[in-house]
Design a protein around this ligand. Structure first.
Ligand SMILES: [Zn+2]
Length: 83
């Protein structure tokens, strides 16, 4: 199992805890803050996981983490799992 496949679930849990804390600490306004925070995290997540070449047919999705990889690659360049 690659490092990214370990870190990403941990990051997701961390983001959930932060969003939950915002709601607890700020009350109703915290829900809006958590939603904005979640949207930003999601955008960054997408940008770091998927390349801008996602429409190139010579690339394939990693079955483990979903990252785009060259079809000639034997292992995922992001998480290291075999393609
Ligand atoms: Zn992968």
């Amino acid at each position: 199992m690659g490092l990214a496949s370990v870190l990403k679930p941990l990051a997701a849990i961390g983001c959930f805890v932060v969003a939950f804390a915002m709601v607890i600490l700020l009350g109703p306004p915290g829900i809006v803050a958590a939603a904005v925070f979640g949207a930003v995290v999601w955008a960054v997540w997408r940008a770091t996981t998927y390349s801008s070449e996602s429409t190139t047919p010579e690339r394939t999705n990693c079955p483990s983490c979903g990252a785009r990889n060259d079809v000639s690659a034997e292992v995922c360049g992001y998480c290291g799992d075999p393609l």
